[in-house]
Design a protein around this ligand. Sequence first.
Ligand code: KMH
Ligand code: ZN
Length: 274
Amino acid sequence: MGATTLITVAPTGAESAKADVPALPVTLDELVRTAKECEAAGAAVVHVHIRDGDARPTLDAGRLAETVAALREGTGLIVQLSTGGAVTDPYEDRLRVLDAAPDGCSLTCGTVNFGDEVFLNPWPFMVELYRRTQELEIVPEFELFDLGHIAALRRLLDKHGAPYGGHVHCDLVMGVPGGMPGDARTLVAAVDALPAGATWSATGVGRTALPVMFAALAAGGHLRVGMEDTLTLARGVPVASNAQLVARAAQAAELAQRPAMPVAEARALLGVRP
Ligand code: KMH
Ligand code: ZN
């Protein structure tokens, strides 16, 4: 078990509408301001989805490049772009995300029912995305929504070698309707199945956020929090800001005697490009 806790913030996502969630950061200014606040509260990685001028999810190449530049300029955070996008995004657009040259990107290890929709990640797409991360020297974070995704991750590593940076870091995304449940016994089963030497964070969507956070800390893992996954702080209390969620995670990590990991340590752990 490491001495510190890597905190990733996922501030926006692709699923919530600004009209329903006014605190959601959707413009570049809002995103950079949020990222600065989250860095100050203890985050080391920002997992980024962007929106267009109408606050709708987009994978526009120009906006992605501009976003990476602005986050680098305004923060010291490790910039991880989502390649998951929205469930409607075509594979080609999701692959082109890497052209924005982020430090890292998400790479989901299989298809999963996603509420009433399907989040498609067939094997050939996973392989193509993985190869491009290796070529472009971008650190992938393996997103695992279900236990079967861990088998696909192991197969990917067996057949296509180590990721750029040489280290395998995973994120258990738990509690998605259609994916693995967000509870302690599922978390332990997932962690037991991970490849040797991998590090991992966990996030629980919706009301599984706190059980998953506590289970992850108890099991020696890292944390992902943010308004992509959680919009309610407590029953009937909406989340006011992403920084509020990061501060709560940092406080829990401190109580667990593994305080928030400084960004420099996170860069070394993940092996991101200097
Ligand atoms: N928005 C979801 C369909 C990722 O960022 O890579 C997928 C997602 C995963 O959020
Ligand atoms: Zn995401």
